[in-house]
Structures are given as structure tokens and as C-alpha cells.
Design a protein around this ligand. Structure first.
Ligand code: PXG
Length: 465
């Protein structure tokens, strides 16, 4: 399986022909890409034979780990039976139907919200575009077309298409291409470490941060607001975990003004926070739930929206064509792989493992990093974690962003055999949900080594004592 790769040739073809996502093309051409050639369990290897522990599950998606034959077999079988057919013209296919029924059974009913219907896409971004279309259609059908505005959050991430990037609150993305598109606006994120005031408890801050939603609704006029979209825990923003008081207060506010609630669970669903769907953990009642990534553990592209009864009943009962969909909506191979992936997750009880076993163990081990001189905060939620690199932890003092301390640490990680992501000076992990306790220990040893190496560099540069 390990075919030798001519690294220099692949790197030169890469430079000449492949424009990578979220990449400074000029800078990358100067350095050359790392060529990843194979993977097994929680490890990936590059073309030089360098082994890396993948603490990011690819890009938050390989929940069942690499090399699962069950998923490959499901794809092969489905390709030989029916590799493709569309679901546009009153046709359907078996895996797409089976998956929709299965997902609907996995999504818990809460407070009168049930999820009997699924709208398919191939990615998280497309799914959020579908959300915008569906939300607007819903209010049109109810005779309130002026309810158009969708509120997202600063530093939220909802994808990279025009609508996805607009719903997200990444200023660097908005700066390119005149975003956000009209009728999308943002409120602040519930990030206590940075935004909590002196003397304020996390619970008080959670209520205050949720209150920004009510302030925004009142400023815009409630009759203009269609929906609020948020990630249960912000992923790409740096694993920002809201205080416990935040989500119940958000629920109270959307209920008060009749606004739809969209839970973007592209990262948080399928076991990542110890449940099939994250809204269950945080105790709120969304109307639409975005999913992608973990539904197939990233083995093949698939995404979609779980459509709650409040929206589905209006779309279905009022009738009229919904003029929206994709060539690959309900792709039979992607859906077959998703079914095999859910089989593995169910058989190995991965959400339960995260909730009761490896999640608590990771929480305990990760918290120990708080003692490291460079770490201002270390926290986890389920099987994702974030730590803040701080110049003076007692004072919550940040490094000069120009120093690129997160990137410095990330460089040490790669060198020492660990894949961690840097979001500014927050180092984040979201490992595969199949990790053993021993592998968690191995990861923690690697993280400590990377932090130590970063500290040595910063001391040499006179940035730390
Ligand atoms: N919503 C959320 C919450 C996401 O995390 C998307 C939507 C978009 O999904 P697609 O499949 O269109 O990429 C995501 C994707 C990072 C990173 O650097 C995170 C994502 C994608 C790429 C990079 O952390 N999340």
C-alpha cells in the first residue's frame, strides 16, 4: 500500500498546478507543500516517511480514524450497484432514504422540536447556503417576507461560499469580495477569557453575551429578523466554549421574538461533544441543524441540514416548488459510506465513549497543561480542546501578533510528529474519537514537548523570562 513517492516531483507539480484553499500562493510556492501519502488509525505519514499523530482528525472530520475497511467496502459496493443518480425529478435512491431515516432517528426530540426530514448537500458551506434559502422560503410562505436578516457571530465559521462566509464572522474573509452579502449581520462571541470583565463570573458573562442577541434584534426590529445561526462550540474560531448560561438564554431570546435558530454542527455533531447532536448537550431546541464532516468521517464529501418540524411542516404543507438543490444532493455512494460510518460509530459507541470515558480523561490530562509557563488557559469540550499561549498568564497578557507565536508552536508540532492547529495564539485539537487512553498520553507528551520547544525559542528571543 505504501507506494514510494517522488517528493520533489509531486511538490513541483503541486506548485505549478494546484491552488490550495486558504493559502498564500506565493509563500507556499517558496516553501513547497508537505505531501501526505497514507494514514492509519490516528496517524498520518508524509512522503519522507515522517509519522505524525493527527490531533485534528484531518480537518475536524475523521471521527472513526483512518483505514476503516467497512467504509471503503460500502463505497465499492454502492459504486458497483448504483454509483450515481439524481434526486431531482421525483426519483430517489435507497442509501439516501435509509440515511435520512437513520439521521432522523438519531436526532433527539427536544421540547416539541423533532427532526424528521433531511436536505442533502456535499459540504458544510453548501448546507448553510441551503439554510439561507430555506429560512427565507419559510418566512415567505408565512407571509412575512420582510423577515430576511440572519444574525451570526463575530469569529464564527459557517463555510467559504458567498453565503457561508457571510454568515461567518471572520473579518479576513469579509475583507475579500465585499462580504457579508446583504441582510446578514453579527454579534460578539461568548469568549470569556478575552471578553469577561474584572469581577464578572463566567455565568454572568454568558448571560451578557447572549444579551447581545436581544440588543441586535431590538436594534433591527424583530419583524425583520429571520434567524440566528451559531456553532454550539466555535471550532475554526479556536474552540471557544461558551459558559453554561449562554445557550439557555439564547433559547429564551429566540423564543421571545419567534426567530428561527440554526445550530451549525458541522464540527460538533457525530460524537465530537459526546452526543450524536450537540444541541442535546447544551439543552437548546434548534429549528435547523447543519451537518457535514463527521457524518462520513470525511471519507467522502457529504453534508446536509436536519430540518425541524416547525420549518418542514410549513415547507411541505404550503406546497410550491423549492427552487434549490445540488447535483449531488443525496448522492448514493456518499450516503452508503455515511451509513457504514454510523454503523461503526454505533457499534463502538463513540459518542458514549467521548461522554463517559475518553472525553473526561482528555479533560483531566489537558487541564494539567495549565501549569505550563506558556499556557494561560487549557480547556476541552468533549473531544476538542483549546489552549492559549500567553506571555504573562497571571495577567492574561497576549503576545504581539506580529511574533506569530501560534505558528511557531505549530512548526514545532510538525517537526516533533504532532498535528495541532494554531488559531492566532490558541492551539487547538480535535482528535479522532477512537483514541485510547495510551494514545491520549502519547499526544499529551508530544504537546508538552512542543510547548517546551516554543518556550525555549521565546526565551532566546527575550520574549519570556
Ligand atoms: N460550518 C462549520 C461549523 C464548519 O466548521 C463549515 C461550516 C464549512 O464546511 P465545508 O465542508 O464547506 O468546509 C465548517 C468547516 C479550520 C477549518 O481551519 C474549519 C472548517 C473548514 C476548513 C478549515 O479550522 N470548517
Amino acid at each position: 500500500m505504501n507506494t514510494p513517492v517522488d517528493t520533489a516531483l509531486i511538490q513541483s507539480l503541486d506548485r505549478e498546478h494546484f491552488l490550495h484553499p486558504f493559502t498564500d500562493f506565493k509563500d507556499m510556492a517558496a516553501h513547497g507543500a508537505r505531501v501526505i501519502t497514507r494514514a492509519e488509525n490516528i496517524y498520518v505519514w508524509d512522503s519522507d516517511g515522517h509519522k505524525l499523530l493527527d490531533a485534528m482528525s484531518g480537518l475536524w472530520c475523521v471521527n472513526v480514524g483512518y483505514g476503516r475497511e467497512e467504509l471503503a467496502t460500502a463505497a465499492y459496493r454502492q459504486m458497483m450497484t448504483l454509483p450515481y443518480y439524481n434526486s431531482f425529478f421525483q426519483t430517489t435512491n435507497v442509501p439516501a432514504v435509509q440515511l435520512a431515516a437513520r439521521l432522523s432517528a438519531l436526532a433527539p426530540e427536544v421540547g416539541g422540536r423533532s427532526f424528521k426530514h433531511v436536505f442533502y448537500s456535499s459540504s458544510g458551506s453548501e448546507s448553510n447556503d441551503s439554510n439561507v434559502r430555506m429560512v427565507r422560503r419559510y418566512w415567505d410562505l408565512l407571509g412575512q417576507p420582510e423577515r430576511k436578516i440572519i444574525i451570526g457571530r463575530i469569529n464564527g465559521y459557517h463555510g467559504s461560499t458567498m453565503a457561508g462566509a457571510s454568515l461567518g464572522g471572520m473579518s479576513s474573509m469579509h475583507a475579500q469580495g465585499d462580504l457579508p452579502i446583504p441582510n446578514i449581520t453579527h454579534i460578539g462571541q461568548p469568549y470569556f477569557y478575552e471578553m469577561g470583565q474584572p469581577g464578572e463570573t463566567p455565568a454572568e458573562f454568558g448571560l451578557r453575551a447572549a444579551g447581545w442577541l436581544e440588543d441586535k434584534i431590538l436594534a433591527l426590529g424583530a419583524d425583520k429578523v429571520a434567524a440566528f445561526i451559531a456553532e454550539p462550540v466555535q471550532g475554526a474560531g479556536g474552540v471557544i466554549i461558551p459558559p453554561d448560561s449562554y445557550w439557555p438564554e439564547i433559547q429564551r431570546i429566540v423564543d421571545k421574538y419567534g426567530i428561527l435558530l440554526i445550530s451549525d454542527e458541522v464540527i460538533c455533531a457525530f460524537g465530537r461533544v459526546g452526543h450524536w447532536f450537540a444541541y442535546e448537550k447544551f439543552g437548546y431546541r434548534p429549528d435547523l441543524v447543519t451537518f457535514a464532516k463527521g457524518v462520513t468521517s470525511g471519507y467522502i464529501p457529504l453534508g446536509g441540514v436536519m430540518v425541524g418540524n416547525r420549518v418542514a411542516e410549513v415547507l411541505i404543507e404550503q406546497g410550491g416548488e423549492f427552487n434549490h438543490g445540488y447535483t449531488y444532493s443525496g448522492h448514493p455512494v456518499a450516503c452508503a459510506v455515511a451509513l457504514a460510518n454510523l454503523d461503526v460509530m454505533e457499534k463502538e459507541n463513540l459518542p458514549g465513549r467521548v461522554k463517559d470515558d475518553i472525553g473526561p480523561y482528555l479533560a483531566k490530562r489537558f487541564a494539567e497543561l495549565g501549569e505550563h509557563p506558556l499556557v494561560g488557559l487549557a480547556e476541552t469540550c468533549g473531544f476538542m480542546g483549546g489552549l492559549v499561549l500567553s506571555k504573562n498568564k497571571a495577567m492574561h497578557e497576549a503576545f504581539d501578533p506580529e511574533l506569530g507565536v501560534g505558528m511557531l508552536c505549530r512548526g514545532h508540532c510538525f517537526r516533533l510528529g504532532l498535528i495541532m492547529r494554531a488559531v492566532g495564539d490558541r492551539m487547538i485539537i480535535a482528535p479522532p474519537l477512537v483514541m485510547t487512553h495510551e494514545q491520549i498520553d502519547e499526544m499529551m507528551t508530544l504537546i508538552r514537548r512542543c510547548l517546551d520547544a516554543t518556550l525555549v525559542d521565546l526565551q532566546a528571543a527575550g520574549q519570556m523570562d
